[in-house]
Design a protein around this ligand. Structure first.
Ligand SMILES: [Zn+2]
Length: 84
């Protein structure tokens, strides 16, 4: 099955993709995503780490394994291969 590409350096993609709670302050980490806005909430029920992104265009929430993360330097997962 084909993956959905998310360009981490692309303004349009950054607007399209949000954390599961709808923020755009997320970053990709090795195996997860992390949201600065969730992290800043003083609420233990909010987990700033997650492994899916919300697609505001389709309304779907897409797990990381179905996403292909691109950066200016190349595909994110390729850059990280060997460190996982
Ligand atoms: Zn968030």
């Amino acid at each position: 099955m084909s993956k959905t590409t998310v360009n981490l350096d692309d303004e349009i993609d950054r607007w399209r993709w949000a954390c599961p709670r709808g923020h755009r302050g997320w970053e990709a980490t090795n195996n997860h995503f992390w949201c600065a806005e969730c992290a800043s909430w003083a609420d233990d029920a909010v987990d700033p780490e997650f492994d899916e992104l919300h697609d505001r265009k389709t309304g779907r929430t897409v797990p990381r394994e179905e996403l292909r993360l691109l950066t200016r330097a190349g595909p994110y997962d390729t850059l990280r291969e060997g460190s996982a």
